[in-house]
Design a protein around this ligand. Structure first.
Ligand code: ZN
Length: 496
């Protein structure tokens, strides 16, 4: 393999003697090249340390040669030396390698940018170095001189495998220290353990996943579902929309649903037998995971309690961990309280309201007022009938010649005025009676006492319905660092 080597100081080595650093790298790369049958046919040594691509003459020269396909690979200490700098410049560099199919070889990894996975990885690393640069800048501005830990780079082979190149084609090789845990996960799952128990056990044995500190449900489930372990290669697991394509400003990765994956036989060795894999998939398909929210009301106070401070609905949390709390959804807003305490407080406030309503209830004024109104209505009906008779008699008297026309008109107007006054009074009494019936506090008191009577024997959903029949909103207030029951509830009853 014919390669060029590109030497450049990293940001960490700034301030050190350039010649000394670069010659150290050169001997390291020479050793690596000899071990891996790589012939270095040209050396590009960047002495100027410009941030912009155009301030890096050696890089420009190298890119030109890469574009012409002069080398099979370019050897660098790490990707960061090559691509560090402005985002636009990084794009130009990555494109040159991708389009010419030139490999980027670092002692840590070989990048084939025409290979989708490595392409993704290179962009990730570029991003990382960019981020690192931002962090360093920030720290420098703050006057801090901490060194940055070397970035923990993602390896693209799944857990249990390492990526190797056979005839320049990437394939996977089993990493036995990891593969034994993969087998353990499959065995335990078939034995009936869940992903969380498996994760806990594997972690206790000292196993560490690549991308995070410890195995969890998601990482274990991911391994149990990955067909790579039976020697398959999965394509179309992710869909990429390349930067620049369709006017896209960013590279977008879309995770496809399982039915859209293409699973083909790979060249790599399996860790798990097809039989074992199928058994795990079958169990996974059966295992029922109860949904956390199936629309059933589990909190008697659901939708009723609101935080006075921010106005948002308060949520019941932690019911599955033993003690349920009522908490405000706004972070750092009011202090929460034990759910039971709030529920009890609501009920005792309701019983106080009930006592008050009963005490306030006047002896029988409503009834007597209604009785008076009804009596008056009866009287009005009689007067109306009398006025009607009188009206008819006026016609008779006119016909008989007792009244002349002007006298008739005068009397008729008087009767009509009387009739309309009576009708008006009757209408008013009807309206008053309706209001009196609606304002009858006995109906609310009756509802509240029904709530209190049946509350304890009802389930959560029914309790919620009972409370909603009398309460519109419960306003909750609790200052921080106060006693558990030191909350204030203001109950808005439904309008009656
Ligand atoms: Zn709040």
């Amino acid at each position: 393999m014919d390669a060029a080597e590109y030497l450049r100081k990293s940001r960490m080595e700034e301030g050190m003697d350039t010649e000394e650093v670069l010659s150290k790298h050169r001997s390291a790369l020479a050793k690596f090249a000899a071990e891996h049958d790589i012939h270095i046919i040209e050396t590009f040594k960047e002495v100027v340390s410009g941030e912009s691509l155009y301030a890096r003459p050696e890089m420009l020269r190298l890119l030109q040669d890469v574009e012409e396909g002069r080398f099979d690979a370019v050897l660098v200490m790490d990707l960061d030396r090559l691509s560090r700098g402005r985002m636009k410049d990084q794009g130009i560099i990555l494109d040159a390698f991708r389009d010419s199919g030139t490999l980027i070889v670092t002692p840590e990894h070989t990048y084939d940018l025409s290979d989708d996975l490595d392409d993704e990885m290179a962009e990730f690393k570029t991003f990382m170095s960019r981020r690192e640069y931002k962090i360093i800048n920030k720290r420098l501005r703050r006057g801090l001189t901490q060194t940055i830990e070397a970035g923990c780079y993602v390896a693209n082979a799944p857990y249990g495998y390492r990526k190797v190149y056979v005839d320049r084609r990437p394939t996977l090789e089993i990493v036995e220290e990891e593969a034994k845990y993969v087998r353990m996960m499959y065995d335990m799952y078939v034995d009936g353990y869940g992903c969380i128990s498996i994760a806990r056990y594997i972690n206790s044995l000292g196993a560490r996943p690549r991308r995070c500190d410890a195995f969890n449900r998601t990482t274990v489930a991911g391994i149990l579902k990955n067909p790579t372990y039976i020697g398959k290669v999965v394509w179309n697991q992710k869909k990429h929309i390349k930067k620049g394509a369709k006017g896209n400003p960013k590279h977008i990765t879309i995770y496809q649903p399982r039915e859209k994956w293409t699973i083909v036989d790979g060249l790599h060795p399996a860790i798990i037998s097809r039989d074992q894999y199928d058994r795990v998939q079958a169990i996974m398909g059966q295992r029922y995971i109860p949904p956390s929210n199936d629309g059933t009301i589990r909190s008697p106070l659901a939708g009723l309690v609101r935080c006075t401070k921010c106005g948002k609905n308060m949520q019941r949390m932690g019911a599955n961990k033993g003690v349920a709390y009522l908490l405000c959804n706004t972070k750092g807003c009011c202090a929460g309280a034990k759910f039971d305490l709030v529920e009890q407080a609501v009920l005792s406030q309701l019983s106080r309201v009930l006592v008050q309503l009963t005490l306030e209830k006047p002896a029988a004024p409503v009834k007597s007022a209604a009785g008076y109104a009804e009596a008056r209505l009866t009287a009005i009906q009689k007067e109306l009938a009398a006025a009607e008779t009188q009206k008819n008699r006026l016609y008779d008297l006119l016909e008989q010649g007792v009244y002349d026309v002007p006298t008739f008109r005068e009397r008729m107007d008087a009767v009509k005025a009387r009739l309309s006054a009576l009708e008006k009074e009757a209408g008013q009494i009807h309206r008053d009676l309706d209001d009196a019936r609606q304002a009858d506090p006995t109906s609310l008191a009756a509802k509240i006492s029904a709530v209190l009577d049946t509350y304890d024997s009802s389930d959560a959903a029914h309790r919620n319905a009972l409370l909603r029949s009398v309460i519109r909103t419960i306003w909750y207030t609790k200052e921080k660092k106060t006693k558990p029951a030191d909350f204030d509830l203001q109950i808005d009853l439904v309008p009656y």
